[in-house]
Design a protein around this ligand. Structure first.
Ligand code: FES
Ligand SMILES: [Fe+2]
Length: 455
């Protein structure tokens, strides 16, 4: 007998933990559930549309929080320099002769020209305007017209240094010298991702595109999974999004875990597990999507997908995945680190998002998607993928390096400009209604913005 799922929204579907209990191999304790309730208060629409609110966010949030700049592999040799622009700030990250990294303000101290226009390997930083020059450690080297600047003491004319800390090859900077240490603030994301071999990963794709929406409206498109129902209907057959677990793990770190290779109750019932497994492959969510699907007796699509993933991961990397739970090799395990760094866990390709307000415009955001893959155990790590910046009219689906995800991002982005337009239309007194549970990560984003603004 088939039971018709109840679509009236009154009944909470089975939980993620219920599903884990039926898995063929158990999940680690770090996938456990946390509960927190931030109430039901609506959020003002003007949080996304007000210029004054945005200016306060710049000062109180963006210039006080850790920002992911680049990977250590982007700057492997002494002198290698990466330029990072955030709002009206510009910074350089440079590898030092002793192997350490330094972040400095990327502005000429003469008349304020942006000092380094593009990255690469540098012997020195020479301003293209009048030739003031700094060493790559930020100390002042020369001024061709030194005789005319008696007020400048070369010993006290170094480029101002910025806070820089790294974790697992990710380089972060902070414009606030008093910021809490990165790893302290990023826990437990750090510990969880280390479990999934983040240290062995290499960046295999990096794609960006501008969206015409406030940065929070963009980030929110990736903080919950119940939009899969209407925005990504092609996934409903293999993603029981209604059983997604939402966790607030600390003030700065939240997570959802969305079960994959399980059919949503909102999808017409598939006649057998074989169909689910096939659909999973066709959606491109399996590595060997072309292979024939042969389920063992009584085997579920989820157990089958997990078994395949373990085998494929071992073949591709040389590591052993026999101890990995089904959840760790199938599900979408999405973390975010306030305000704008998102990183997925699990052993398969880890998705990473970064959202930055663009051109000082509160209604424009640079969306970036990166993929991190466990590199083969033996042999050197390949260099990071080159950045593919899509034009205004280029669809995400043109970025072949993102595989099946590219089409998914076109669907996500199709909501962003209309959301911003709607928020504007709501006006000064309009509000946004977040759900209690499934949108708890959106609530946390606004809660933390408010917290920082109070400081
Ligand atoms: S502005 Fe840089 S040397 Fe004059
Ligand atoms: Fe989406």
């Amino acid at each position: 007998m088939t039971v018709k799922p109840k679509f009236d929204g009154e009944v909470r579907p089975s939980t993620y933990q219920d599903l884990l209990a039926t898995d063929s191999r158990p999940a680690p304790a770090l996938l456990g559930e946390t509960t927190v309730d931030f109430g039901l208060e609506p959020v003002p629409a003007s949080n996304y549309t007000s210029r004054a609110f945005f200016e306060k966010e710049i000062e109180k949030v963006w210039l006080k929080t850790w920002q992911y700049v680049c990977r250590e592999e982007h700057v492997p040799e002494p002198g290698d320099t990466y330029v990072y622009d955030l709002l009206d700030k510009t910074a350089i990250v440079t590898r030092q002769p002793d192997g350490s990294l330094k972040a400095m303000q990327n502005v000429c101290l003469h008349r304020g020209r942006k000092l380094v226009t593009s990255g690469g390997c540098k012997q020195q930083f020479r301003c293209p305007y009048h030739g003031f020059t700094w060493n790559t450690d930020g100390s002042f080297r020369e001024n061709p017209f030194g005789w005319d600047f008696p007020q400048i003491d070369p010993k006290r004319f170094s480029l101002p240094e910025l806070r820089l800390e790294t974790w697992a090859g990710f380089v972060f900077i902070n414009f606030d010298p008093a910021a809490t240490p990165l790893k302290e603030q990023m826990w437990p994301l750090t510990e969880h991702l280390e479990h999934w071999r983040i240290e062995d990963c290499t960046m295999v794709a990096h794609v960006g595109k501008i969206a015409h929406a406030n940065w929070k409206a963009c980030a929110e498109a990736f903080l919950e999974s119940h939009h899969v129902y209407t925005t990504h209907p092609q996934i409903n057959g293999t993603n029981a999004f209604e059983s997604t677990q939402y966790d607030v793990l600390s003030d700065h770190v939240t997570r959802f875990i969305s079960p994959v290779a399980v059919t949503s109750a909102f999808h017409p019932k598939l006649d057998d597990e074989q169909r689910v497994a096939l659909l999973f492959g066709r959606a491109g969510m399996r590595m060997d999507s072309q292979a024939e699907v042969v389920l063992g007796p009584g085997q579920t699509a989820r157990a089958y997908a997990a078994e395949n993933a373990r085998r494929e991961l071992a073949a591709a990397t040389g590591f052993d995945f026999e101890g990995a739970g089904d959840a760790e090799v199938t599900d979408g395990i999405a973390y975010d680190f306030f305000p704008s760094f998102h990183l997925w866990g699990g052993y398969r390709d880890k998705i990473c998002y970064r959202f930055r307000p663009w051109e000082m415009d509160h209604e424009k955001t640079l969306l970036e998607v990166m993929l991190f893959r466990i590199a083969p155990k033996d042999g050197p790590k390949p260099p990071p993928a080159a950045f593919n910046m899509l034009g205004e009219d280029d669809p995400w689906s043109g970025a072949a390096e993102l595989g099946f995800l590219a089409g998914v991002y076109d669907q996500d982005q199709s909501n962003m400009a209309p959301v911003q337009a709607g928020l504007r239309a709501l006006g000064e007194t309009g509000v946004v209604q977040f759900s209690r549970y499934q949108e708890i990560r959106c609530r946390n984003l606004h809660r933390m913005v408010a917290e920082y603004m109070k400081r």
